[in-house]
Design a protein around this ligand. Sequence first.
Ligand code: AMP
Ligand code: MG
Length: 520
Amino acid sequence: MNLNIKNSFTNELPADPILDNTRRQVYKSCFSFVTPKQTTNRELLHVSPEMLENLGLSEEDSKSKSFLKVVTGNQVLEGTKPYAMNYAGHQFGSWAGQLGDGRAINLGEVDHNTKLWTLQLKGAGETPYSRSADGLAVLRSSIREYLCSEAMHHLGVPTTRALSLALTGDQVLRDVMYDGNPAYEKGAVVTRVSPSFLRFGSYELFAARQDIDTLKTLVNFTINRHFSYLGKPNKEVYIQFFAEVSQRTLDMIIHWQRVGFVHGVMNTDNMSILGLTIDYGPYGWLEGFDFGWTPNTTDSKHKRYRYGNQPNIGLWNLYQLANALYPLIEEAEPIETILNQYKTDFDHKSLQMMRSKLGLQNSNENDKMLIQDLEDALQLTETDMTIFFRNLADFKKDQPLKGLKIIEEAFYVPSELTEPIIKKWNTWFHQYVKRLQDESVTDDQRNAKMNKVNPKYVLRNYMAQLAIDDADKGDYGLIGELFQLLKQPYEEQPELQKWYAKRPEWARNKVGCSMLSCSS
Ligand code: AMP
Ligand code: MG
């Protein structure tokens, strides 16, 4: 493997001087050097061809013994010194103190085609940040992260990427529903790739400890490496940096809302400083359109991270980041302006996003009402979000009464379509027809536009679970099939039409399908 390795993170930031891998608080350091765990019987299950190419690797390279050894942590990639990052975070609204990479080990950066990619092994063993856990990952959650992060990229959602999925050959003990029934599962490692894995919590850590020197070093590094277009770090640039992070965070969340993605654990340690979707844990996809839905059973009581609350939580998290950056900025007003801007931008951008989902190009003062009425209608009875918007593209503006027929496939319980509900839908379709008259595009042109923003295929929760069930039995074929399907989420792919379907009934309340925990 011939990779152009750079180690800017470890070369330019302060390292933990202690080298033994014991659990502890690590001060004044951005990372600790660690060695990945050796495993017994490793096996490569899948590789992302796009990521191979991005890194300058060939398919041949990915078939080599050393590739498998590197991506399972059994051989240190030449020229790198693996490390775990130190960070803190707010979890479910409360300060959690130091967290850090408890089961992620970074290798180093690969410089290819003027891009710098950090490679990270998730599930490669203990670090000083593993706290009471084992530093390992199970196959089930690794399949979910591997498939979803690549699928999100192809949906056009900013995200960290995945290079490979491999079995370690070792067994890992997990209590999936935290009910005192632990069981052994197959251990796995996903090699994740991103320009950076820095999180809001990376900055919160040093601010909370009033270690302003290290905070400043880290912020300067971040700006020089990832926001260099803002200029040399100074007070003014720190403010602009915060404005950039705020904007990217909002843009990412608007994309989530567009495709119906629910992250599930938007703790500040899971918020990328680059505005990328990061840490795929108990995430899920909306099936029935429901602002109140969350897949995460750990959050089932308060539903803090429910679909409809994601934009608010993005803002809440930015407040925490703002507090962390304050010692460098020392002025509240510009920060408040940025946070207020988030709210204004949210209103504007989410309206634009919803317009695009409806195929509307112009703006009309009644659009807010049209969208509000639609969101109300979608929640009258369980209505599949993906199928609804995809089918809506076939709506003809001179046939409002056919509207219901076009979308009827999206209803989970057709018997719930009572007269009043049917009437509401027909009223909405009439509103929509009226609105479409302000547009100059033809039905066909609108159809083509809508099909570029409303995906036909997303990684429905039960689809990932089917791949997991097969994989548990040693059949890994479905991982490849879904990977391939989700590479072109906006294309018709008629030969794979079977995946354009509502969640089957068996998956409604099945663990792994609609109920997920943080246990991974
Ligand atoms: P998460 O909820 O997965 O983002 O994890 C929150 C914190 O727990 C992070 O510091 C993780 O590194 C750590 N963590 C989660 N699972 C494990 C594990 N199996 N072993 C060690 N640390 C873990
Ligand atoms: Mg995390």
